[in-house]
Design a protein around this ligand. Structure first.
Ligand code: SF4
Ligand code: FE
Length: 480
């Protein structure tokens, strides 16, 4: 396994084409707006190296028998799935942001199942190719960006019906040695901190969409791939000389639009090619795993609840019964999220490939709660924090020889609490509920791993309604 320092060095060897504010970023690793997201990924290496977290953060590879980072592991049991949930919460609590590595883990696991299933139907050899790729990822302890979401253009039209055929990533040329692809993947979490990019289709497909039913993996700096980093609320605070104003100086997540401008993929890196009837299955497997992965939000919730309790102490409001009750409410919501992620793991099952998959219904119910509860937890945190969270002057004003004394005097809460501590915790709550981290904690909770309606459709498909009706009818003696 790599250390955090080795990971950082490995990124420096890549030659990614990254753009931000209309300019090419030659050195993304050290860019002040990207570096916190790199730190969050690096934490997945650091934590895996700590003996106290070994059971959660590492696993034994079923391919090599060696100890590997759990983020590169293929789940071999329900216990593996449960440890995955625990790992998400642990990492969320230690970074208070999106640590980006789950998408790669979820892509690898979904592909381990679907490549096997395609081979079983068509006699292809995708699974063998995939396992070779997997051992390369495990041996080198790599970060993979799992790239699923296409720009999608006109949502009422299928991939093959779009006026612009590139709205979904597709194959444009077939060669002896591989394929050439064109298109883009949107909202790519952690893309510029990744060694590899694993592309998958984003929706179920029909025969006419077969050029879009492709999956493959490439090194992230392959010729023709461009990364355009997305903006986040309050992002340029990271460029200022007021580190406290960022709320979380060390960690952050980020997303990018990834453009594939006629990129060559060798056959040995292709894991699905025009088997359009398996596109939906790959989407569903990945989505279910990633909906489980949202245990990360429970970890971030732990931080926000801790921050809320702290600001209540600093404000002198902790004894008020409604404040205590609000904190209880936050905990109840946060633990409910944890229950959901754990339950879909505990009810997991073995796929024909041998990989353990989560319970699809429970994973979707869990993610549906994730689209709501963090917003309510954030609302309660803002209620407890008070308005100062959004009217607090900058760190520079506190340091000012002219006006600093006024802020020290009028921003005082409980008398024994230094004003600086009050300012720091308010900025953390601001960061999590309104700032850069709100991208991960709120909007990503809404739309990441599929928007709310996607889960509702899956819930309606997965529940056994006939069985429920039979129970009801039997109990009241209905005979039809
Ligand atoms: Fe992982 Fe959560 Fe980020 Fe998704 S949002 S990549 S599950 S940390
Ligand atoms: Fe996500």
């Amino acid at each position: 396994m790599m250390t955090a320092a080795q990971y950082e060095e490995s990124l420096r060897k890549l030659n990614l084409v990254v753009y931000m504010f209309g300019k090419r970023i030659e050195n993304p690793v050290d860019h002040p707006m990207i570096r916190p997201s790199m730190n969050a990924v690096a934490k997945t290496y650091e934590m895996a190296g700590l003996p106290e977290f070994q059971d959660t953060m590492t696993a034994i590879s079923h391919l090599t028998g060696k100890r590997i980072n759990r983020f590169t592991h293929i789940h071999q049991s329900r216990e593996d799935l449960i440890q995955k949930t625990k790992m998400g919460r642990l990492m969320g609590a230690h970074t208070a942001c999106c640590f980006q590595r789950c998408v790669g883990m979820d892509s690898l696991n979904a592909l381990s199942i679907v490549t096997y299933d395609i081979d079983a139907r068509y006699g292809t050899s995708y699974n063998k190719r995939f396992l070779k790729y997997l051992s390369f990822v495990q041996e080198n302890d790599l970060i993979c960006d799992g790239a699923m979401t296409d720009p999608k253009g006109d949502r009422s039209l299928p991939p093959s019906g779009q006026p612009d055929p590139d709205m979904y990533l597709h194959v444009v040329e077939e060669r002896k040695d591989g394929i050439v692809v064109r298109g883009a993947k949107a909202h790519q979490t952690g893309a510029v901190n990744s060694h590899e990019i694993i592309v998958m289709p984003t929706i179920s497909m029909k025969k006419e969409d077969r050029d879009y039913a492709i999956s493959f993996a490439l090194q992230s700096d392959t010729k023709g791939i461009t990364y355009i980093v997305g903006r986040q609320s309050c992002d340029t605070r990271k460029l200022e000389d007021n580190p406290m104003d960022t709320g979380n100086q060390t960690y952050g997540g980020h997303e990018a639009l990834v453009v594939f401008d006629d990129v060559f993929v060798p056959w040995e890196r292709v894991f699905m090619y025009k088997e359009y009837d398996f596109a939906g299955s790959l989407v569903e497997k990945f989505a279910s795993y990633h909906r489980q992965s949202y245990a990360c939000k429970t970890g971030v919730g732990d931080v926000l609840i801790g921050a809320s309790q702290t600001i209540a102490e600093y404000n002198g409001t902790l004894k008020a019964s409604h404040i205590k009750d609000k904190i209880i409410e936050m905990n109840q919501l946060n633990e409910t999220l944890y229950c959901g992620s754990l339950s879909c793991a505990a009810e997991g099952h073995k796929e024909p490939s041998g990989t353990y998959s989560v319970n699809t219904l429970l994973a979707n119910v869990s993610k549906q709660n994730v689209t709501r509860f963090p917003y309510e937890i954030a609302r309660l945190a803002q209620d407890i924090a008070g308005g100062l969270m959004v009217t607090l002057p900058s760190e520079a004003d506190f340091r000012s020889p002219e006006i600093g004394k006024w802020l020290e005097k009028y921003c005082q809460g409980s008398k024994d609490v230094p004003v600086e501590n009050r300012m720091r915790i308010l900025r953390l709550i601001e960061n999590l509920t309104l700032g850069t981290a709100a991208v991960g904690y709120l909007t990503e909770s809404m739309h990441g791993a599929g928007s709310p309606q996607a889960q509702r459709i899956m819930i309606s498909r997965q529940v056994n309604m006939k069985e429920k009706q039979a129970y009801a009818k039997k109990l009241c003696n209905i005979k039809e």
